[in-house]
Ligand binder design. Structure first.
Ligand code: BUP
Length: 459
């Protein structure tokens, strides 16, 4: 009997940073002849999620779709946060067991569930009841993943995050400076912290952890975790990145394209802080000054709220008219969703000022674009450490977390000049791009890892 390709159910969690790698993986699995079932939670938090899911499904009619109802979020039950994405993580965990009947009746029968770290604890019993393996998809750096996996141990010692320490100690992991640890981790009852700790405790039940990173990008961390030095209970960590891109091109604002096309090679700084950064209006003004001061050309994608549905402010209310007049030939400011992947692939882009959301980092790595890291929250400072160490970018640590203090236009401008004029960095970043290409090319390390997992799951 010849083996047939596996049937894999994918279950992402809330937010574009989580959905994006799942859409990419679904597309990759589908093109490798797997049967794919894509599970989505309803209602979704952001408009971007709904439109990307619809478009993805319309482009991949062979992908099966299960939509399941998420129980209502309980904002008042946890006063530590009102972040709609964290509340949705919590609600999804309460709802996941309802998936059992539709997963049990899947045809052909499911071979595995690939699910987000944020639902690790609730999907584990479902996979066990179905008698199939569960792989966790990590949507962050391997370094931050180590911190999450080790969090239950850190929380059991009240001195772990003591301000008298300069670093957090995780066996086998080099340098995790205390200021890079997300502040909520110091509060065990914070929803973000308790969700991560609960899910971390379920990791040992997974068959493996598929990670959107590659061996050359985080060699020491991958070696440490896979040799059992971080925790000896973890399943294998399987680096399969950078994931191939699948970019829906529906309803996109591309008004900047003719302007970008007319710019010379590597001359433009692309500025974006991802889908969830709500930058203060004062900081937005300083950033505009910084871009002007740098003298470099820029393409700036501006967001002002955590959830896109709330983003009602118009550009003219955020930035002075005189800024637009002065920068008419120098730059473009865009509000709304763009295809970041297309932008990073454009020959005119020479640098990327970014918050270090992990998808953005992997996209820059694929293209070898030098980054100026300006982490804002969550995993982003740890990710920025990784970016700097890998030679992909520079980082001004003293800028702190977003919304913590105001970074002046003068400082921003100087740092942008440093980014764009650092020839050594440009060479190193290009090398990162080459290594990323090797990892995902035929016979490359990441490509082999994914092939082995799929061969294992063949029916
Ligand atoms: Br904004 C924006 N276009 O306009 P990250 C984002 N993206 O294609 P985040 C666009 O969304 P988390 C836009 O390329 C990346 O793939 C971008 O994920 C794409 O950051 C994804 O980079 C955003 O991980 O998520 O949104 O802050 O907080 O989960 O890291």
């Amino acid at each position: 009997i010849t083996a047939s390709p596996p049937h894999i159910a994918l279950l992402p969690s809330a937010g574009m940073g989580h959905l994006t790698p799942f859409l990419r993986l679904a597309s990759m699995l589908s093109s490798r002849s797997c049967t794919v079932t894509f599970i989505t939670a309803s209602p979704s938090v952001s408009a971007a999620e709904s439109s990307h899911i619809s478009f993805f499904l319309s482009q991949h009619p062979q992908v099966k779709h299960i939509e399941f109802q998420v129980l209502p979020c309980k904002p008042s039950s946890n006063p530590t946060t009102d972040d709609p994405f964290f509340l949705q993580f919590e609600a999804t965990n309460r709802s996941v067991h309802h998936l059992y009947p539709s997963l049990a009746s899947a045809s052909p029968p499911l071979s595995a569930i690939f699910s987000d770290f944020a639902v690790a604890s609730s999907i584990a019993p479902v996979a066990a009841d179905l008698g199939i393996p569960n792989y966790i998809i990590s949507t962050t750096s391997c370094k931050f993943f180590c911190l999450m996996a080790y969090l239950p141990v850190l929380l059991s010692d009240p001195l772990s995050f003591s301000s008298s320490l300069s670093e957090v100690n995780i066996p086998g992991i080099i340098s995790l400076p205390l200021p890079s640890i997300p502040p909520p981790f110091k509060n065990p009852s914070h929803l973000f912290t308790s969700l991560i700790a609960t899910n971390a405790q379920a990791l040992s039940k997974a068959k493996g952890i598929l990670m959107n990173t590659f061996d050359d990008f985080e060699p020491e961390t991958l070696a440490a975790i896979n040799s059992g030095r971080v925790l000896d209970t973890l399943p294998p960590i399987l680096p399969i990145g950078p994931l191939e891109t699948f970019e829906p091109k529906n309803e996109l604002d591309q008004s900047y394209l003719p302007w970008l096309d007319s710019q010379s090679a590597e001359s433009v700084v692309y500025v974006s802080f991802g889908s969830r950064t709500a930058m203060s209006s004062a900081q937005i003004r300083e950033l505009s000054k910084g871009l002007e001061r740098s003298g470099y050309r820029f393409l700036w994608v501006l967001k002002t709220s955590k959830v896109d549905k709330d983003d009602k402010e118009e550009l003219k209310d955020l930035l002075e008219e005189s800024f637009f007049d002065r920068s008419k030939n120098k730059g473009r400011v865009v509000k709304g969703w763009v295809s970041q992947q297309d932008i990073l692939e454009h020959p005119a882009i020479g640098g990327f000022l970014n918050h270090c959301g992990w998808n953005s980092v992997m996209e820059a790595a694929r293209k070898g674009i030098p980054m100026l890291a300006w982490p804002q929250h969550g995993d982003q400072r740890v990710n920025a450490e990784v970016v700097e160490k890998a030679g992909l970018g520079i980082w001004e640590r003293k800028w702190g977390w977003g919304l913590e203090g105001l970074v002046s236009g003068e400082e921003i401008g100087k740092k942008i000049v440093e980014l764009m004029e650092d020839e050594k960095l440009r060479v190193l970043a290009r090398k990162v791009g080459e290594n990323a290409g090797k990892a995902t090319g035929i016979g490359g390390k990441s490509e082999k890892v994914l092939t082995e997992v799929l061969e294992y799951l063949e029916q």
